[in-house]
Design a protein around this ligand. Structure first.
Ligand code: GLP
Length: 234
């Protein structure tokens, strides 16, 4: 695991965007795993700035988001589908057919999870996946206690996660469930970049840095992967 201390949020965002853009330059057909949350917003802003210069950046890129809330429509203002359109997809030349998110309003959520997992395999696996870090150590929506062998599935959100993400749901109806890639799905990505930024993350970062691997702390599964970079906001 490579640890990179970033000076501040802008530095973290710039470095993450550079890694993402380099992956596309290297392989214009690369398959990216993408996160949501507050932390990656600056990364996407920088990617969008750069891609408006380098036209056709995303023309053949394939993306898979880590997770999506269950039980809300795709166009709900709090959905990750809406988030991704707002912060990335509406501003770059990605083919909408290549921009995948789990459908949290599918009639059969278990079938949707199996379909999503299958789509990732059909794309030839994730090449590079960016992750955020939950305050409780979650990655995607894999909450503490998630088995490391887990795959894409429906999960119950921890009460603390619902509180942390409540501002996306000003009507107070924060979803209780989500679809998330599993930890095993994430670990199959060839490379992983963890964006360890934002307020209230110090404890989670210290616990990850300790190197103790424990299903009670999902991010610690990353120690089992040979190519992980952690960008830590200073
Ligand atoms: C959400 C997302 C995670 C994200 C985490 C951290 O729960 N499902 O994928 O990494 O929150 O979010 P933030 O960057 O807003 O702290």
């Amino acid at each position: 695991m490579r640890w990179i201390a970033c000076q501040d949020y802008d530095d973290l965002s710039r470095r993450a965007a550079d890694v993402l853009l380099a992956a596309i330059t290297d392989d214009p057909r690369c398959v990216l795993g993408l996160p949501t949350g507050r932390t990656p917003v600056g990364t996407y802003d920088r990617v969008v700035q750069e891609c408006s210069r380098a036209y056709h950046c995303f023309r053949e890129v394939v993306t898979f988001n880590l997770d999506e809330y269950a039980g809300i429509a795709r166009d709900h203002p709090g959905s990750y589908f809406t988030y991704m359109r707002k912060h990335l997809f509406d501003h770059v030349d990605i083919d909408p057919r290549n921009a995948h998110l789990p459908n949290g309003s599918a009639p059969d959520l278990d079938a949707e999870c199996a379909r999503y997992e299958n789509e990732i395999s059909r794309a030839g696996a994730l090449h590079l996946t960016f992750l955020g870090l939950g305050r409780n150590g979650h990655i995607g929506f894999n909450e503490p206690g998630t088995p490391f062998h887990s795959r894409t599935r429906v999960v119950e959100l921890a009460p603390s996660t619902r509180v942390a993400n409540a501002d996306l749901f000003p009507d107070g109806h924060v979803p209780t469930r989500a679809i998330t890639m599993g930890i095993a799905t994430i670990l199959e990505s060839r490379s992983i970049v963890l964006l360890a930024g934002g307020s209230g993350k110090q404890e989670a970062i210290a616990r990850l840095r300790s190197g103790a691997v424990d299903e009670g702390f999902p991010a610690s599964a990353l120690w089992k992967h040979p190519d992980v970079t952690v960008l830590v906001q200073g």
